[in-house]
Design a protein around this ligand. Structure first.
Ligand code: ATP
Length: 239
């Protein structure tokens, strides 16, 4: 087994300045993740699922604890790494799929999806061909490929978002309710792609509104509901 992530004693809260107090999002979380493992995060609303994903991705800084990631350059604590290293890792080794697309003015859907491949060194033409293949797989109509996603429907934007986020296999993939607002075709394409990525060694941590979609991929479940059993005791818990 190849270790990808080792989270040790991670604690995150939000300081509510206007209330003069601190709200705990999660407290003293520890678990590790191997290559090709799929970990489902579950828990009641507000249990801290999205906050944990964002803390691993370093959108948030934790109060304490470590997020040890085995990068191609060696072990790095994502909780303490320099911003420039985080930016590089996000481009090369760590992906984050949310239900929201960050569309950019006057950038076509196909260019947006092709971008990660181009940044990884593929030729513009090859990257575009591959981008179109993924747009088709997620059910984006060919008429829309050269259009700007800023005007797309919520579901169409989400499909472009998925195609872009999943086009390039990464070592660690964080998924925050990626199936929200997707139709059946896109959900099936997403699940097929996640299975492919898992088989190729991508480690994944995901929050899913309908975990049944990915039930066959799940290796472990962590329940962030306050007072739920500790992560170490949660292995092989049914969804
Ligand atoms: N930026 C923020 N500032 C202050 N409090 C926040 C912030 N983000 C999240 N919280 C609080 O942290 C707690 C955890 O929120 P989080 O969004 O991680 O929960 P969740 O488990 O993903 O919930 P849901 O299932 O409803 O999406 C909540 O009580 C929320 O109000």
């Amino acid at each position: 087994m190849t270790r990808v992530l080792d989270i040790q004693g991670l604690t995150k809260g939000f300081t509510m300045h206007h209330l003069g107090n601190r709200l705990a999002a999660f407290d003293n979380i520890s678990f590790s993740l191997e290559a090709g493992e799929f970990l489902l995060l579950k828990g009641t609303n507000g249990a801290g699922k999205s906050t944990l994903l964002r803390t691993i991705y370093r959108s948030y800084l934790p109060q304490s604890g470590k997020v040890l990631f085995q990068s191609d350059q060696g072990e790095i604590d994502l909780a303490r790494a320099a911003d420039i290293d985080i930016t590089h890792l996000r481009r090369t080794e760590i992906g984050f799929v949310t239900q929201f697309l960050t569309a950019r003015p006057r950038v076509s859907a196909e260019a947006l999806v092709a971008e990660p491949l181009r940044m990884a060194g593929q030729s513009a033409e090859d990257a575009l061909q591959e981008a179109r293949r993924w747009l088709a797989a997620f059910g984006v109509k060919p008429d829309l490929w050269r259009a700007y996603p800023t005007t797309f429907s919520g579901g169409e934007q989400q499909k472009v978002n998925l195609a872009r986020a999943l086009i390039l296999p990464q070592k660690l993939l964080l998924l925050d309710e990626p199936t929200a607002s997707l139709d059946a075709t896109a959900r099936a394409a997403l699940v097929a792609r996640l299975a492919e990525l898992k088989a190729s060694g991508t480690a994944m941590i995901g929050v899913f509104h309908h975990p049944d979609d990915v039930a066959h991929l799940i290796d472990r479940v962590i329940d962030l509901t306050p007072d739920a059993p500790k992560p170490e005791e949660r292995e092989d818990v049914a969804v």
